[in-house]
Write a protein that binds this ligand. Structure first.
Ligand SMILES: [Zn+2]
Length: 116
């Protein structure tokens, strides 16, 4: 599996974890339920998370988890040659077509980068 696919899986995993966090937040849950939207499906989200994690290379997943714990957003898009995690400029060598298909690391904040 190419790194490009790995980046997409990591982004999907991060989105999923954010959804689970929101669904688990008691205040948010209560608010949603009081508006008539009971929070369900957390188990399904967790199952999907496990499936996704199974598709990601262990080394990549380990790195992702460390970053996620530290910063909350482990993988961030590069927009206008800028890391959207810390707003540092990404060196032009990173944006060469060779590297576009790899999961690169921001030299400034250490987050994983992807090109949306
Ligand atoms: Zn950065």
């Amino acid at each position: 599996m190419s790194d490009r696919n790995q980046a997409q899986l990591l982004v999907a995993l991060q989105d999923l974890q954010e959804m689970i966090l929101e669904a688990e937040d008691p205040a948010q849950r209560q608010q949603l339920e009081s508006m008539g939207f009971p929070v369900t499906g957390i188990e399904e989200l967790r199952t999907a998370q496990q499936k996704l994690e199974g598709l990601i290379r262990p080394a990549m997943l380990g790195k992702y988890r460390r970053l996620y714990k530290r910063s909350g957003r482990a993988i961030v898009p590069v927009v206008d040659a800028t890391c959207t995690g810390c707003f540092a400029a990404i060196p032009t060598s990173f944006t060469s077509s060779v590297n576009r298909d790899k999961v690169m690391t921001c030299e400034s904040c250490g987050r994983m980068l992807y090109w949306p």
